[in-house]
Design a protein around this ligand. Sequence first.
Ligand SMILES: [Zn+2]
Ligand SMILES: [Zn+2]
Ligand SMILES: [Zn+2]
Ligand SMILES: [Zn+2]
Length: 362
Amino acid sequence: MARIQGELFCEIGQGRGIRCNKKGSSGIEPGTLIVKEEPYSYTLTDGELLRTRCHYCLKRLETSVSCDACRTAKYCNEECKKTAKFHHTPECRGYSRLMNLPEHLRVMGRILYKMHARKTDMGALGPLSSLVSNVETLKNCEEGITSLDSKMECLSQHMEKEALPDRAFMEEIYGKIASNSFAILDENMCSIGIGVYPQASMINHSCKSNCIGMFYGPQIQIRANEFIRPGEQIFHGYIPPLLPTAKRQEKLLKTYHFLCQCADCRNTERDRLMRCVKCPDCSEGVAPNAGSLCTVVCLSSETIIKSTFRSTDGVFKTCESCGFANFDADFYEEMDILIEYADNILDKEQAEDILFTISLSK
Ligand SMILES: [Zn+2]
Ligand SMILES: [Zn+2]
Ligand SMILES: [Zn+2]
Ligand SMILES: [Zn+2]
């Protein structure tokens, strides 16, 4: 991997992250490559894609060749098969059983086989050592079959015994994968896999990000999308920025286990404007009253975030452009249906059909 621009920092109060070099830099221009990195480990998404895409370069399979030994790893041609060998040989014997696991555990299985074969120092954890694991949060957040314990049990049953480290070490690695993995996107921005990128993971999240990640097969490239001044921190958005604040915070907590307090999360005006409706008379935007958007954030072991926004009576008062004020019950009913519909679309990660999503936003 090459870090083209930016330096790692670790400061009291600010934590750790990557910023534009403080000294000797005139800033980072939009479009500049900040990180270019191959994944430490990755896999295709569960189900259909494991049969229809190359397990190495992730391209759609026109024809396919399989690994001669396990017959499970599929590649688009002999070249991918040959290049993949370096990663695949350590895991080949147990590869077909990994296919029965959910994606995060499958990535973990691949990592454990790799560590076992290369005799990675289990204490040092190799390239994963710098990543946070949030193990304690993970242990407390789920019960039953989704608990950390049952996940580790499930993985143990699907792996060759000699590649399994002790339980505490397994939990540590799983925590790092769960807290740091990226969704790998194809050219239509649909999620096709997940990957672990230790360098790219050093860039902190903000819903108001100043860079953007793109994928070329499994390789990630992160580029500035605005001018970044010397010493300014580089932020990458882990989730779609167009979701309302409560939804973004909920997703970040569930997936990455932290409560985002970025500039956009503190900006209630932004949410208010995002909830504008079209005036039935003059078609100008009418924003809901300030105070009608209420985000309840309750930080405890079971963190609950709820947006109490609904287009209840009185949320929309008067159109500032034409003075229209007759927002009646029918209007509110229609708005509720629309809001629910829009929330559902955003919930689906806009992944199904990008053209459909674009047409909606027109
Ligand atoms: Zn390929
Ligand atoms: Zn194989
Ligand atoms: Zn945020
Ligand atoms: Zn109006």
